[in-house]
Design a protein around this ligand. Structure first.
Ligand code: ASP
Length: 356
């Protein structure tokens, strides 16, 4: 068992009172849950300003998704709306604020899935598309494919009219420092600072603050709409100092992202992607709910399973009755939930309770 899971052992079990949480939720007409990454996120590590900034950002993402669902919009639109906001927020490791590869680039991955049709779309290794989640959706809806990567994916996204930006758009000082630290620890050479980015010290203080690399800042959302349709979406910059075209679990359908109305579940994950791929986390959770497990029990069992092979992280899960669940084996996960039956609530640390 590694240090992250040791740190969490008692805390996270206490924070996941599975069946009590399921039964406490009223049946809503629509529901939305989001995450902004899991990891070693502890109270002493975040300043009051950072804590407040994360909560405010999660709240904005919930508000955006809730507005779509309240107005009768689709689960897919709500997922995309919530994820787009978090992609634009430099606090999270997705879109602007993504981590850097060892070569000093931002390479972005995303996926989306429609629970009713089990149609899915995914992209990997984008460097210029502002909203990778929109590119994943375009793959799903406007191509015969499920996954596009690299240059081809970017060409496709541009041809579909999705906003393209200079790669410098994704730069944040905090992620650059994290890259420098990681490469120094590995005794590997530092790449040149990318062209066109702000001078050192020029960004807002919040986006210069040192970041702990034991946090996974991927973002994701799961939703149920008024017509009973489930959807899931996830977006990430991956892992700091990744190399060789590394792709994690996020765009791998069934690993970091999955939705199936037939199985009564939609899932978005965050964590050490290699382990989440090996454990087929998101599909497994839906297999468990399809077999009759509650969303919380399914999430807890799967997190225990991925933990048993060395993986760290968390998941958000939505059921067809609007019951949602969070599970993690880390001391924290940026997360939030809202439904037609309960006001929005956000949390960071594992011991915070999101029950109504
Ligand atoms: N799961 C992501 C990956 O491995 C990382 C994260 O959750 O932040 O690419």
């Amino acid at each position: 068992m590694n240090a992250i899971r040791l740190a969490c052992l008692s805390l996270c079990v206490l924070a996941a009172p599975a069946t009590a949480q399921d039964t406490a939720q009223a049946r809503p007409a629509w529901a939305l849950a989001i995450h902004g990454g899991a990891g070693v996120i502890e109270r002493q590590d975040l300043s009051p300003e950072q804590d407040a900034a994360y909560r405010a950002s999660l709240q904005r993402a919930l508000d955006a998704g809730a507005a779509v669902l309240e107005a009768g919009g689709s689960a897919l639109d709500a997922v995309e709306a919530a994820v787009r906001l978090m992609e634009d927020d430099p606090l999270f490791n997705a879109g602007r604020g993504a981590v850097f590869t060892a070569a000093g680039r931002n390479e972005l991955d995303a996926a989306v899935m429609d629970g009713r049709t089990r149609n899915a779309g995914a992209v990997a290794g984008l460097t210029r598309t502002r909203h990778p989640i929109a590119a994943a959706r375009a793959v799903m809806e406007q191509s015969p494919h499920v996954m596009l990567i690299g240059e081809g994916a970017e060409t496709f996204a541009a041809a579909r009219g999705l906003e393209q930006v200079d790669p410098a758009f994704f730069f944040t000082e905090s992620r650059w420092r994290a890259l420098e630290r990681t490469l120094r620890d590995r005794s590997e050479p530092l790449p040149e600072r990318p062209a066109g980015v702000p001078a050192p010290g020029a960004m807002a203080a919040l986006h210069q603050a040192p970041l702990d690399e034991r946090k996974f800042g991927t973002v994701g959302a799961v939703a149920l709409d008024r017509s009973g349709r489930l959807a899931a979406g996830t977006s990430t910059g991956g892992m700091t100092a990744k190399r060789w075209g590394r792709v994690g679990d996020v765009p791998v359908i069934g690993a970091g992202t999955y939705a199936s109305n037939a199985d009564g579940c939609a899932v978005s994950a965050t964590g050490s992607g290699e382990y989440f791929i090996r454990a087929t986390v998101a599909r497994d959770i839906c297999h468990r709910t399809g077999g009759g497990a509650s969303v919380q029990a399914a999430a807890d069992s799967e997190i225990a399973d991925v933990g048993s092979i060395g993986g760290d992280g968390g998941v958000i899960v939505m059921g067809t009755d609007g019951t949602f669940a969070f599970a993690m084996n880390t001391p924290g996960m940026y997360r939030g939930a809202v439904s037609s039956a309960r006001p929005a609530a956000v949390a960071i640390y594992a011991d915070e309770d999101l029950r109504p």
